[in-house]
Structure formats: structure tokens, C-alpha cells
Design a protein around this ligand. Structure first.
Ligand SMILES: [Zn+2]
Length: 157
């Protein structure tokens, strides 16, 4: 499992660089490691800057499916926006309501190096917008209406 950087780590604030070599060995090793790290942390998304790699790569999980997004680009955004609660593995115990576009269209490269285009609604659209923000050095706490803290229960049983 990879180590997740915690806010205010400066890497989380950098604009990540596009991936240029899709069969790079390091990249192909990183993808399954990021998926494993996301799953073991009970996250629904993880962006490469969160594990210390400032590259435009994110993994997302939705309805038991995992999506690998390389160089994701949101090319269409609905006018309609909605508020929803968010948290982040890099901002532990803090949650807040963030306004996001209800529907987006995103172009990206998949783990096989193929171009993909995805239309996403609701929760999936929200997760993708959150992850693309990470690639631009933006955290949900920058956009949240009000933040609140939920401390995990102290007992471990
Ligand atoms: Zn996050």
C-alpha cells in the first residue's frame, strides 16, 4: 500500500504534469498500487499527487467498477450544479458540502493507452471533478461551503 500525503503537503498543491509515455513500466506498476491503496483506504477515488506523484493520473471506483483516468479532461459541464458532501483521503476527518456540475463529459486515456470518452452523472461526476481538481492542485476544502470534523471512534474492536 502506498503512503497517502496529508494536507498541507506542498505536492498536493502542484499542477500535475500530463502523462506522455503510456507503457512506462513505472506507470503500469503505479496503477494497480493506486487501486489497491484506494480500496484499502475505503476511498472512492485517488489521484497520483496524493501518493506523491505529480502526474495526471487518477483512479475512481463507482458501483464496484474501477476507472483509470490518465490525462483526464472535462470537455463538457452541465449548467446545473448540485451540492453534495465530500471528504478526502488527504484531508482526514474533515467533510464539507461542495457544489459540482451534475453532469460532465470527460476525455481520458485508459490503462491500456486507449482514448476514452465518458459521460458521468451525479455521484460519479462528483468523484471525477474532485479527482481532476487534485491534478490542478485544488482540494475540496477550497470549495466547500462549510466544513465539519468527524472524528473516528476510538475503540478498535
Ligand atoms: Zn481527494
Amino acid at each position: 500500500m502506498l503512503k497517502i500525503l496529508i494536507n498541507p503537503d506542498p505536492i498536493l498543491r502542484q499542477k500535475a504534469k500530463p502523462v506522455t509515455n503510456f507503457d512506462d513500466k513505472k506507470l503500469q506498476k503505479l496503477i494497480p498500487e493506486m487501486i489497491e491503496t484506494m480500496q484499502k483506504s475505503d476511498g472512492v477515488g485517488l489521484a497520483a499527487p496524493q501518493i506523491g506523484e505529480s502526474i495526471r493520473l487518477a483512479v475512481v471506483t463507482y458501483r464496484k467498477k474501477t476507472i483509470v483516468l490518465i490525462n483526464p479532461e472535462i470537455i463538457k459541464r452541465s449548467l446545473l450544479k448540485e451540492w453534495g458532501e465530500e471528504g478526502c483521503l488527504s484531508v482526514p476527518t474533515i467533510y464539507g458540502d461542495v457544489k459540482r456540475h451534475k453532469k460532465i463529459t470527460v476525455n481520458y486515456i485508459d490503462a491500456q493507452g486507449k482514448k476514452q470518452c465518458l459521460q458521468a452523472f451525479g455521484m460519479l461526476a462528483r468523484i471525477i471533478q474532485h479527482e481532476v481538481d487534485h491534478l490542478d492542485g485544488i482540494l475540496f476544502i477550497d470549495k466547500a461551503k462549510k466544513l465539519f470534523t468527524l472524528t473516528p471512534h476510538e475503540s478498535n474492536d
